[in-house]
Ligand binder design. Structure first.
Ligand SMILES: [Zn+2]
Length: 92
């Protein structure tokens, strides 16, 4: 993997990741250095006693050394809040 000088890179920079790690599909790469990841999740519906499929969308930061395109499966990790909507970073 190439070196990068991105301070917000979890591998080469000083950004520490913590907490939950999710895997999901990239649904949007329209914004620079940000991707929208769709995470499938199952939600139990008490009334019907069955599981309902849900999808949640998470905005994640893309470090300089990561090449991400729409449709990719990526792993993201929780980190400190990077902007108003971002507190996750792509790690793989
Ligand atoms: Zn890097």
């Amino acid at each position: 993997m190439a070196e990068c000088k991105d301070p917000k890179c979890p591998i080469h920079g000083s950004l520490r990741t913590r907490g939950a790690v999710f895997e999901g599909k990239v649904v949007s790469t329209k914004t620079k250095k940000t991707v929208v990841i769709e995470i499938p999740s199952l939600q139990r519906v008490r009334k019907y006693e069955r599981l309902e499929k849900r999808r949640s969308k998470i905005h994640a930061y893309v470090p300089e050394c990561m090449k991400v395109k729409e449709g990719d499966r990526v792993r993201i990790a929780e980190c400190r809040k990077l902007s108003k909507t971002k507190s996750h970073v792509v790690v793989k």
